[in-house]
Each structure stands twice: as structure tokens, then as C-alpha cells.
Design a protein around this ligand. Structure first.
Ligand SMILES: [Zn+2]
Length: 382
């Protein structure tokens, strides 16, 4: 009995449990966001139902984690499998919420419990955003504006209401004004550095350029680009509207006409040959004779710019610089591993958002201490 009392009266343990349960429930909602946001569907209506049979899931069969385990990952009505992702996301969100509560509790020893809880809630919201962004980016290669622009707004609002959020990873306490300016600067620097990387010639991965010794015939079929030595699926090329395949052609042959010595630009919905523009739907097949062809392969896009701005508005500019560097390192390590495993087919298709999210988690759970250590050792400050 005494031990139970002790456990309940020890706030760090008690609230770790509360944050975990709250996180699992929130994770259940995040699953709805991950599924519905990219499709542009309402998050609140209609209520959850089985994607196979349409069975409306009643509340007692919609309990995070327990339902999935008790029903062994199957729909109670039609017994079709329910993706394991639902379980993982619920569990991960629960664990992350409990973990950021402990960070808030340990990093703010001089604050009262109410402040620690509020900071824990603010960090939990950030975690929720990171989890949803990661899952959606993996599947759809986008991060919805609700998360990124909404995240910037949430970060600014929370910084103004809970200035202690910005004393977490700084040495001294932050006043309300300091917290807001730290948040604004974080959004600007975070968005700015990623934008610079996107603009400055795709430093991380670059474009794929194929050059041929002699004019070579290349075929654009309905589904893929056929080079002499390989085929590239369009779904590996056109992730975003801004993705464009460019080349200069000695000769272009469409089904019913021919062009000589022109520039060609192909995006997912538009084909430009010289000054003429066609829709890709009406030009399913094209033969081109060229010496050089440039295929886009951008590691980062504008979604990542806004994503990093949101992270900066919660955590300040230091976190964004750290996250950019750490994500590039993790990205390189993953790339090398995939190369060693001879799975380079995957590496070109991985979105960058999840690396940023992972690096930000690393910042919260210790990266900030590394940063401070490095900063204090820096010859700039001596
Ligand atoms: Zn069902």
C-alpha cells in the first residue's frame, strides 16, 4: 500500500503514466490524421470505420492499443487485417509523450509542477506533429500545410503563453519577450537554412544527369523513361509539381509530328517542346534523340522548408541548425547502408522529412547538450 502511495505521490512517475495514456489516445487520433489529411478528408466526420467493410467502430472497440491486441489486428466485424501501423503509432505516441514529460520535468527543476506540465504538453504537441509528418511524408512525399504552417502558428502561440518552453534548452530563463523573439527567429532561421539548401544547387543529393557520347535515342513511354541502359519509372521522378525532366533534343518524334533542335521540359502534367505546350495525357509516347538528359532528384522540397520553420518556432534557431546537420548525417549513413545492401533503388525514393523529425527528437533528448558543449568549446567564443 505504502509503495503504491509513494508511486502516485511521486509526480514524475504519476505524470509519466498520465502522459503515456494521453499519448496513446492522441496516437489513435494521429492515425486518423495520417490516413485522412493527405486525402483532404475531414478529421472529425465521419467517425472511425473499417476500411474493408465500412463497419462503424463503437467506442468500446476503439480503445488504443488494447483493441488491436485483443482483436489480434483484425476487424471485429469482417476479420480483415488492420494495419500494424495503427498499433505502432499509438504506442510510439504514448512513449514519446511520457518521454517529453520527463524532459520537461528534469530540465526545469526550478519551475512549479503546473509549468512543467504545460511545457510537457507543448513538447507533446510538437511530437504529435513530427509523428504525423513522418508517416505522411513516407507514404505521399508531402507534409500537409496543416502540420507545417499550423505548426509555426502553434509554436508562436505556445512560446507566448508558456515562455518556459524556451528556457528548456537554454542556460538561463526566458522572459515572454525573449521566448517570442526566440520562436520568431527559430522559424525564420529554420525555414531560411532549408530554403538555402533547396536553392543552392541541391547540395545533398543533386540531380541525376545522364550524358551520352553520341546522340542517343531515348523513349518516354506512358509509365517510364527508357534510357539505353536502364528504365526509370515516372513515379520515381515526379514527386512534386515542380519536378521537371529537361533535355535538349536533336530530334523529337511524337505520334503525329516531329521537331528538330528544340528544348524539352516534361513535368507530371505538362510537356513543353520549344514554344509548344501539350498535356501529358494527350502525348503518351515520345521518342527523343539527345546527348544529355537531366532528371530531378530533389532531396528536399518546400514542404521541408515550412516543416523546419515549425520546428524552429517551438525550439529556437539552434535546434534547426542542429537538426539540419544531424539529418544530413543520418541521411548519409542510411544512404551508405542501402548502398552496401545494394538497395539503391530505395535510397532515391526516401523523403527527407523523416530525417528532420528524427534529428529533432535527437535534439530534445540530448542533442541540445552536445550543441552547448560544442558551442562553449568553440574558438569563436574564446
Ligand atoms: Zn471490417
Amino acid at each position: 500500500m505504502d509503495k503504491v502511495m509513494l508511486w502516485v505521490t511521486e509526480p514524475s512517475h504519476f505524470f509519466a503514466f498520465v502522459f503515456f495514456v494521453f499519448g496513446c489516445v492522441m496516437g489513435s487520433f494521429l492515425n486518423v490524421c495520417i490516413y485522412r489529411m493527405p486525402l483532404g478528408k475531414s478529421l472529425l466526420h465521419p467517425p472511425s470505420s473499417c476500411p474493408h467493410c465500412g463497419y462503424r467502430i463503437p467506442w468500446f472497440q476503439n480503445i488504443p492499443i488494447l483493441t488491436w491486441i485483443l482483436q489480434r489486428g483484425k476487424c471485429a466485424h469482417c476479420s480483415n487485417p488492420i494495419r500494424a501501423r495503427y498499433l505502432y503509432v499509438e504506442l510510439l505516441t504514448g512513449i514519446m509523450f511520457a518521454a517529453v514529460w520527463l524532459i520537461a520535468y528534469c530540465q526545469l527543476p526550478n519551475s512549479n509542477i503546473a509549468t512543467q506540465i504545460l511545457v510537457g504538453v507543448a513538447l507533446s504537441l510538437l511530437m504529435a506533429g513530427l509523428i504525423v509528418a513522418t508517416a505522411i511524408d513516407f507514404e505521399h512525399f508531402i507534409i500537409p500545410d496543416e502540420i507545417t504552417i499550423g505548426g509555426v502558428a502553434a509554436g508562436l502561440f505556445l512560446s507566448a503563453s508558456i515562455p518556459e518552453l524556451h528556457s528548456l534548452f537554454l542556460k538561463s530563463g526566458a522572459s515572454r519577450w525573449q521566448a517570442v523573439s526566440h520562436s520568431l527567429l527559430g522559424a525564420a532561421v529554420g525555414g531560411g537554412i532549408v530554403y538555402a539548401v533547396v536553392l543552392l544547387g541541391k547540395l545533398m543529393f543533386g540531380r541525376l544527369t545522364f550524358e551520352f557520347d553520341a546522340p542517343t535515342s531515348v523513349t518516354f513511354s506512358e509509365t517510364e523513361l527508357l534510357l539505353p541502359d536502364r528504365a526509370i519509372l515516372y513515379e520515381d521522378v515526379f514527386y512534386r509539381r515542380s519536378d521537371i525532366v529537361r533535355l535538349h533534343a536533336d530530334k523529337v518524334e511524337l505520334i503525329d509530328r516531329c521537331f528538330i533542335d528544340v528544348d524539352v521540359a516534361l513535368s507530371s502534367d505538362q510537356l513543353k517542346i520549344g514554344v509548344d505546350t501539350f498535356s501529358t495525357a494527350e502525348t503518351p509516347h515520345m521518342e527523343v534523340v539527345t546527348r544529355k538528359i537531366v532528371v530531378p532528384r530533389e532531396a528536399m522540397g518546400f514542404g521541408d522548408v515550412k516543416f523546419m520553420a515549425a520546428i524552429g518556432s517551438f525550439l529556437g534557431w539552434q535546434a534547426t541548425v542542429f537538426s539540419l546537420m544531424a539529418s544530413a548525417m543520418v541521411g548519409s549513413i542510411v544512404g551508405i547502408c542501402l548502398m552496401l545492401l545494394r538497395r539503391t533503388d530505395i535510397s532515391g525514393r526516401l523523403p527527407y522529412g523523416p530525417y528532420i523529425a528524427l534529428a529533432t527528437v535527437f535534439w530534445i533528448f540530448g542533442g541540445h547538450a552536445l550543441w552547448r558543449y560544442w558551442w562553449e568549446m568553440s574558438p569563436l567564443l574564446r
